[in-house]
Design a protein around this ligand. Structure first.
Ligand code: CA
Length: 413
């Protein structure tokens, strides 16, 4: 019989958020990740309540469908608990949580999933994402409205279509039964990992880490290396052939590991400015949110709104460029006019002339021109005066330049 061998869970608040709204569990038969969300408070409460309810299913089942049924029932029960909690604590209205869970029965696993946390399976050298994200952008991809590449950078990529929470009394939960083989490595994670670390990188870590604990810690570190704008939670399960009943003691990480706290204050708000400082090129992760569109028309409306926003961004960019060009031209004209208010006396061939402008060139453009020629020849001037003229004599005004040439008329060697 195949059993799930070593497992591990790791969770980190990340580098930007003020608190950890993720929860994770690595038990005997059950492995779960939950990513909470909700207004200015409640995300941590939501994921903790869900995990605490769902871990009651961590036991032996007679068959995989029994395990699947137990998981689905536990997620629905957690949903009811969340609604009841919001009823008792209205300040938590709008809280919700994703849940991705696997529950093993021999050489099969039952999977239950809602939201955008993920279950991955590494088998041989193939890493596959077993769950589908219940996100707005994934729905657009599925319906052919946008490409997967557009989805990865879409402004609404963190908007969830389905979560456990106080909105829907009977949320749609995906459940499946999957086989598992010795050597398989399962990995569950919140979007704090999958949104910032590539599948290629995840695969390399899962392939190379010696133990489940090393793999989980390493994946969290990969997210931190990317700036970890969000909470990050990872659960890793290595499947081996041992039939030992001795397993790692169950581990709870994230907000579910701490006592439930219902107080809300502004310190729970995400700190946004440091993200801009750490990663000026990366947009701040938008607050997790979820909604349930009532119709396809509503989806189309949202797409149109996104296109309108893109157009406005485009126009804003064009106007910016035009304004910059106008400013540059005005500055150049003013600078040129300033140079033309200056005069100097210098040599023009073999005679002395009054120049308007300053003695400088910008590329092929000369900033001075002969304003008035004189009949004074350079040869008629004493050596020292001739050198002064060749070196140019600055004047503060046209009158002063005129006075200089008048004096030169009377200088004789
Ligand atoms: Ca998250």
């Amino acid at each position: 019989m195949t059993v799930l061998g070593t497992s591990a869970a790791a969770s980190h608040v990340g580098k930007i958020r003020a608190n950890n709204q993720d929860s994770g569990y690595a038990g005997t038969h059950l492995f779960v990740v939950a990513d909470g969300m909700g207004g200015h408070a409640g995300g941590d409460v939501a994921s903790a309540i869900a995990i605490q309810r769902i871990i009651q299913t961590d036991r032996v089942y007679p068959s995989p469908p029994d395990a699947e049924f137990a998981l689905r029932s536990a997620l629905l029960a957690a949903n009811t608990l969340l609604a009841e909690t919001v009823f008792d604590h209205p300040e938590l209205t709008g809280m919700g949580t994703t849940v991705s869970a696997i529950l093993r029965v021999g050489d099969r696993v039952a999977i239950a999933h809602i939201g955008d946390s993920r279950v991955y399976l590494l088998r041989g050298d193939n890493l596959s994402q077993v769950t589908a994200d219940h996100t707005f952008v994934q729905r657009l991809v599925d319906s052919g409205r946008i490409t997967a590449e557009e989805a990865a950078v879409h402004p609404r990529r963190s908007v969830l279509m389905r979560v456990l929470g106080d909105i829907d009394a009977s949320p749609e939960i995906d459940t499946t039964i999957h086989d598992t083989l010795p050597g398989d490595r399962w990995m569950l994670c919140s979007d704090g990992l999958s949104s910032y670390v590539s599948d290629e990188k995840i695969k390399v870590v899962l392939e190379n880490a010696i133990g489940a604990d090393a793999a989980a810690q390493r994946l969290v570190k990969e997210s931190l290396d990317q700036g970890a704008p969000d909470n990050v939670t990872v659960v890793v399960v290595s499947v081996d052939e041992t039939n030992s009943s001795a397993s790692t003691p169950p581990v709870i990480v994230g907000s579910a590991a701490a006592p439930l706290s219902f107080d809300s204050d502004s310190s729970r708000r995400a700190l946004r400015l440091p993200t801009l400082l750490l990663h000026p090129l990366r947009p701040v992760p938008p607050d997790d949110a979820h909604f349930e569109p009532e119709s396809e028309e509503f989806l189309d409306e949202l797409i149109l709104e996104d296109r309108r926003r893109a157009r406005v961004r485009h126009i804003t960019w064009l106007v910016g460029i035009v304004l910059a060009v106008i400013t540059l031209v005005v500055a150049l004209v003013l600078a040129y006019e300033w140079t033309q208010s200056h005069f100097f006396v210098g040599a023009n061939g073999s005679t002395v002339a009054i120049y308007q402008g300053v003695q400088a060139d910008i590329g092929p453009i000369s900033l001075s021109k002969v304003y008035r020629s004189t009949t004074i020849t350079l040869d008629s001037l004493p050596s020292y005066t001739r050198q002064s003229v060749i070196g140019t004599i600055n004047a503060n005004s046209l009158a002063e330049a005129q006075a200089i040439t008048d004096r030169l008329t009377h200088v004789r060697p």
